[in-house]
Design a protein around this ligand. Structure first.
Ligand code: CMC
Length: 424
């Protein structure tokens, strides 16, 4: 393809440079378009806008490809741990064994929480949503970091260590358990499970089946290029906002039901289908009815138009954990049936709507014992290294502050009319 695109507007010719990526993605650089032509581009939902150059992850939505720093997700899931994946996303290369050991030990050094945080935690009303807690406390953490001039690497380690503690505290407060601390001999993911589920004065025995399933879920969520929450983090980074507040904003964006919140919505939907008698076709028709706001949750994706490779892996993980734990799970059975019916339906075929990562993830969280309103918190724990890598990349790229334009459709200029008080 040529390196210049000719654009003819009202008899004038403009030459717009083409930006190319590693693969076939090409973009027309329109950064001077308004300056030269008076026109801006209009792209609600940023569906066709390249916000930045990035080397963190790559998606081919048509072919169902996802690469982290060049490595296919199918290889990462079988050969790497979540901590290795985090190192890869943050540093660009997989760690050797020494680097991995040092990185894991460094995270453990930050596995503590200030007493004041526990005190503030006690004051939170029980009905506050766990995602609100996670987002707020990610910001609050900065108030209790004694060294105000943290090294950049230490900020990443702090968050990798502290977010699971915040998540576990939220769960334990809900179920009336006191905080549980990490065990330096356990892996990162085993420690998450210990901090959630251990009982006071009882030895916590790790379950490798559960640890493996959770580690895989964290890896699958670790990055997904310019999704809504990551774009939020990048925008904050472009304004030179701090890492903690940028991640806090990313958590808030992820909370939305069309984004990370979909994993909770999927299980609620499947439970509703079961409760109402399990008539799948009725719910499919409901999702297709344009007058009904209901959508088949866990279906569809902005980028994947063939299949979501993460969903394929997650489905297998869900089937494995349910059979290994010898659970009779009517929700998994229903999910399988619903998927079968939906993918054969002409509406879903035509619109290229396939199960996404959230369709099966809730089933695994439920099997692990995570309550529904904390599913998206687990997603956030997984997405954390991706957010941090994008925050870092944005700073290194020296991209300008994000500031889109708009098409104003409000009133023309008008004057305030003095109100004459007519009295009685
Ligand atoms: N059920 C029924 N119809 C759907 C669905 C669905 N799940 N998803 C999309 N459509 C229809 C939509 O109504 C529209 O139809 P029409 O062209 O006739 O107006 C068409 O498909 C295109 O939908 P869109 O909303 O314009 O597509 P999008 O790329 O803007 O949205 C999406 C992608 C994921 C928000 C959407 O598919 C959706 O709402 N899915 C359900 C929520 C969900 O599972 N979200 C998790 C996404 S994956 C994890 C993550 O990113 O956090």
């Amino acid at each position: 393809m040529c390196k210049i695109i000719n654009l003819d507007i009202n008899g004038y010719n403009y030459k717009l440079p083409v930006v190319s990526g590693t693969f076939y993605e090409k973009a027309i650089n329109i950064s001077k378009l308004r300056e030269n032509t008076g026109l801006i581009t209009f792209d609600p939902g940023l569906k066709n806008t390249g916000l930045s150059k990035s080397s963190i992850s790559f998606i081919d939505g048509e072919k169902g490809i996802l690469l982290y720093r060049g490595y296919p997700i199918e290889q990462i899931i079988n050969k790497c741990s979540f901590v290795e994946t985090s190192y890869l996303l943050l540093n660009g290369e997989l760690p050797n064994s020494k680097q991995l050991e040092s990185f894991s030990n460094q995270i453990k050094e930050f596995h503590y929480m200030n007493q004041e945080i526990y005190q503030i935690f006690d004051k939170i009303p029980d009905f506050y949503h766990p995602m609100g807690i996670l987002s707020s406390f990610t910001c609050i953490l900065t108030a209790f970091i004694k060294n105000k001039y943290l090294k950049e690497q230490d900020m990443y380690l702090h968050l990798l260590a502290k977010l699971p503690i915040l998540a576990a505290l939220t769960y334990r407060k809900k179920v009336g358990l006191p905080p549980s601390h990490v065990d330096k001999n356990l892996s990162y993911t085993s420690n998450i499970l210990k901090m959630f589920f251990s009982f006071p004065k009882k030895y916590y025995e790790t379950n490798p089946i559960i640890t493996d399933a959770l580690d895989k879920l964290l890896i699958l969520h670790a990055d997904h290029e310019q999704n809504c929450s990551t774009t939020t983090v990048r925008l904050l980074s472009s304004a030179h906002a701090g890492l903690f507040s940028s991640v806090s904003a990313g958590i808030s964006a992820l909370w939305g039901r069309l984004h990370g919140g979909a994993n909770q919505a999927v299980i609620e939907m499947l439970e509703n289908i079961l409760k109402s008698g399990g008539n799948i076709q009725k719910w499919i028709e409901k999702a297709k009815n344009k007058k009904d706001p209901f959508r088949l949750m866990g279906f569809g994706h902005r980028i994947y138009k063939n299949f979501d490779p993460r969903a394929r892996i997650i489905k297998k993980v869900a089937q494995k954990i349910i059979s290994q734990l010898d659970m009779d799970n009517p929700i998994l059975k229903l999910a399988n049936e619903l998927e079968e019916v939906a993918i054969q339906d002409s509406y879903f075929k035509e619109k290229k709507l396939y199960p996404n990562i959230d369709f099966y993830s809730g089933i695994i969280y439920q099997a692990i014992g995570i309550p529904k309103d904390m599913f998206t918190v687990m997603f956030a724990l997984g997405r954390l290294p991706g957010w941090m890598a994008h925050w870092k990349e944005m700073r290194l790229n020296r991209d300008p502050i994000g500031r889109p334009r708009q098409i104003y459709i409000g009133y023309k200029k008008r004057n305030i009319v003095e109100c004459v008080d007519e009295g009685i």
